[in-house]
Write a protein that binds this ligand. Structure first.
Ligand SMILES: Cc1cc2nc3c(=O)[nH]c(=O)nc-3n(C[C@H](O)[C@H](O)[C@H](O)COP(=O)(O)O)c2cc1C
Length: 190
């Protein structure tokens, strides 16, 4: 079983999700974990069970993940040695947090939830415990300006800003405090 290992996966087009991914990475590293970070692309293959804590994130596109992420999730289900077993018995020593950035201009948080749960299902199918979901508001640069000023979250043109990223840091540290007794997260500096 791995010990003290974390993985941050992300896909981004305009950089919002990468900002969040890098802050998650920095927070885990500062806490003393052995962290890797990878951008999802056509070739990426990952063995989730080589890690103790996994963050998998992307922007919300039409209520779900963008195509490259959907393709990755689907492709990465079938790997050598991975069996999908009825009842998805939990694998000890590993947990995950799906995360996203999103504009939420129409219906707010409801736009993030289906995508987060969808990613979560891919992980839970393999027995990976999903401990939380993390949604961070980000500017929608391609949209009409009004989506970034008059949507459900109001003024979001600078988001995610430093305040949002400090909140991400706090959430990640919270997961480490929550999980360090039940997962082999290594010798953490908390
Ligand atoms: C094609 C497209 C579709 C989008 N669909 C949604 C959506 O359904 N709901 C939402 O809240 N935001 C939506 N957004 C906004 C993005 O989720 C948001 O801008 C995100 O932070 C972009 O992340 P990135 O900078 O990492 O690419 C969409 C953006 C694009 C480009």
């Amino acid at each position: 079983m791995p010990e003290g290992k974390a993985l941050v996966l992300f896909w981004t087009k305009n950089g919002n999700t990468e900002k969040v991914a890098r802050r998650i990475f920095d927070t885990l590293q500062k806490a003393g974990m052995d962290v890797s970070i990878s951008r999802i692309n056509k070739e990426l293959e990952v063995e989730y069970l080589d890690y103790n804590l996994i963050f998998l994130g992307a922007p919300v596109y039409e209520n779900l993940s963008p195509k490259p992420v959907l393709n990755f999730l689907h492709r990465n289900r079938r790997r050598d040695g991975v069996e999908l077993i009825p009842s998805a018995p939990e694998v000890p020593g590993v947990a995950a947090v799906p995360y996203c950035t999103y504009g939420g201009g129409h219906t707010g948080y409801n736009e993030a939830e289906p995508m987060l749960k969808h990613i979560g299902q891919y992980l839970e199918h393999e027995g990976i415990r999903v401990v939380d979901y993390l949604a961070v508001v980000g500017v929608f640069p391609e949209a009409d300006e009004s989506y970034n000023t008059d949507g459900r979250f109001g003024e979001i043109r600078q988001k995610p800003d430093e305040h949002d990223l400090i909140e991400v840091e706090g959430r990640v540290r919270g997961y480490l405090h929550q999980l360090h007794r039940v997962l082999p997260l290594g010798d953490l500096k908390l």
